[in-house]
Design a protein around this ligand. Structure first.
Ligand SMILES: C[S@@+](CC[C@H](N)C(=O)[O-])C[C@H]1O[C@@H](n2cnc3c(N)ncnc32)[C@H](O)[C@@H]1O
Length: 225
């Protein structure tokens, strides 16, 4: 089930332009190989947010084969990107794609669980992120956020992708066979949390598979893991 009318999405996507030839080819490869990457309509909104925020330091949880990390680094020539994935095969493919794109110096690929790697970044003094993209396992978003906020500077944007999970977050009626019980419950709790945490100002959007855009107001400086 798509959360928006497919005709509307198709219409909007008629205006989508790939940022460059390499990313266009990589998107096609991901589509052919069924690698889940950011949807075109999600990319367009990310583009707007990146233009407004002009981040210097980007943190991503969920690299897959590197499409979005390469997109961030190409779109923001001033930025360094740290991207984490727990799947070794994915990280190896991402490393190859990042090298092909000539972005190895600005994209740091980290193998491991999102929150564990965030803790390592904190230990090694890598902080002051001003853009975070959460796109890992749907049932762990809260852990990824908890790991990310102490690394962020005040005013950072935190974008959480797929928060509507094909509308199953909204209602059990959309969950055929009731297969996604835990993911659904955890995503609902996550959405409640980011909408009520006073350190965040969150907007929920029905773009793509649903995205939440949160502005971090600060105050986690003293927080430990
Ligand atoms: C939707 S894909 C990411 C797509 C990528 N952001 C893009 O648009 O090109 C989700 C990725 O999250 C990774 N992942 C799942 N759970 C994770 C965890 N606990 N820590 C780190 N990565 C995780 C998966 O291995 C998978 O490659």
């Amino acid at each position: 089930m798509n959360i928006t009318n497919q005709q509307v999405t198709d219409y909007i996507n008629r205006f989508y332009q790939s940022p460059d030839r390499e990313l266009e080819v990589l998107r096609k490869i991901c589509e052919q190989d069924h690698v889940p990457i950011i949807l075109k309509e999600t990319e367009v909104v990310l583009s707007l947010l990146l233009d407004l925020q002009r981040p210097q330091k980007i943190l991503e949880i969920g690299t897959a084969i590197g499409y979005s990390a390469i997109y961030f680094a190409s779109k923001c020539p001033q930025a360094v990107v740290y991207s984490i994935d727990k799947d070794e095969t994915a990280i190896l493919a991402a490393r190859h794609n990042v090298q092909q794109a000539g972005l190895s110096e600005r994209i740091h690929l980290l193998l491991g669980d999102g929150q564990e790697q965030e803790e390592k970044l904190a230990d090694s003094g890598v902080r002051d992120f001003d853009f975070v993209f959460i796109d890992g396992s749907k049932s762990h978003y809260r852990r990824f956020l908890d790991g990310a906020l102490p690394l962020c500077r005040k005013g950072a944007l935190v974008v959480s992708d797929n928060i509507l999970m094909r509308a199953t977050t909204v209602s059990d009626d959309y969950d055929n066979g009731r297969k996604h019980k835990t993911n659904k419950r955890k995503m609902r709790e996550y959405v409640e949390y980011i909408c009520s945490d006073p350190t965040l100002k969150t907007t929920l959007m029905s773009v793509g598979d649903g995205m939440a855009v949160s502005i971090y107001r600060g105050e986690h400086e003293q927080r430990s893991f």
